[in-house]
Ligand binder design. Structure first.
Ligand code: AKG
Ligand code: FE2
Length: 233
């Protein structure tokens, strides 16, 4: 079993998804229904210009744009700051405070291609789901130089993310495997969903998707302190 990181509280062990590679914590009902509706209201009250439309989803970026030279930090709105603080005080970012939130909105049939979150973030991703569930799918990375490897042959496992849950990924689940969401209208639960018990799912059941909004809360270690620094050699 995965080593238990000392920065999490001891009773956190009950949230560990032990049948997945290290390290997954799944916290059902991390927020209340009331908090969920307040968060959704805040997301949809944001100015239209805050949205970026991509193929298969749209997103809002809060806290600044991560950049290899350092993120130009922008003030986090209060309605997100609370959650940055709460999640950080669980120890998710090894004592650091989250300073970046990506809001993704997926309509039924939409998703996100398998990808890595990459080196600009502290290697922990935490996600609050709102409005509807998703199946987050994980894949082995492509082996350089190997013959064509289909996406399906690289599939490893899924996690069921219920509305109001918090997901925490670290170690191999963050650094090695890719993650994505298939563009589907329904999801059938099978034994490849490794947190079925924790998420209260029944094998064989089918869940139809509504519109899901996710808050991806992360820590960007490299932050630009002063705008003037940008212009200097
Ligand atoms: O919506 C999600 O849960 C996943 C989002 C994601 O992978 C990302 O923003 O990098
Ligand atoms: Fe991601």
């Amino acid at each position: 079993m995965a080593a238990f990181p000392s920065h999490f509280p001891e009773d956190f062990q009950k949230f560990l998804v032990a049948s997945a590679p290290p390290l997954v914590y799944y916290l059902p009902d991390f927020i209340t229904e009331e908090e969920e509706s307040i968060l959704l209201r805040q997301v949809y009250q944001a100015p239209k210009t805050k949205w970026t439309q991509l193929s298969g989803r749209r997103l809002q970026n809060w806290g600044g744009l991560p950049h290899p030279k350092g993120m130009m930090a922008e003030k986090m709105p209060e309605w997100l700051q609370t959650y940055c603080h709460n999640i950080s005080s669980l120890g998710a970012f090894s004592g650091k405070c989250a300073n970046h939130v990506l809001v993704n909105e997926y309509n039924p049939g939409e998703g996100i291609m398998p990808h890595e979150d990459g080196p600009l973030y502290h290697p922990t991703v935490t996600t609050i789901s709102l409005g509807s569930h998703a199946l987050l799918d994980f894949y082995e990375p492509l082996v350089p130089g190997a013959a064509a490897q289909s996406q399906e042959s690289r599939f490893v496992l899924s996690l069921l993310l219920r509305p109001r849950s918090l997901l925490i990924l670290q170690q191999d689940m963050y650094r090695r495997l890719l993650h994505g969401i298939r563009g589907r209208h329904d999801d059938t639960l099978t034994d490849t969903v490794k947190n079925l018990v924790q998420a209260g799912g029944k094998p064989g059941a089918s869940l139809s998707r509504g519109t899901r909004v996710s808050l991806t809360v992360r820590h960007v270690p490299k932050v630009m302190k002063n705008k003037l620094v940008l212009g200097r050699k």
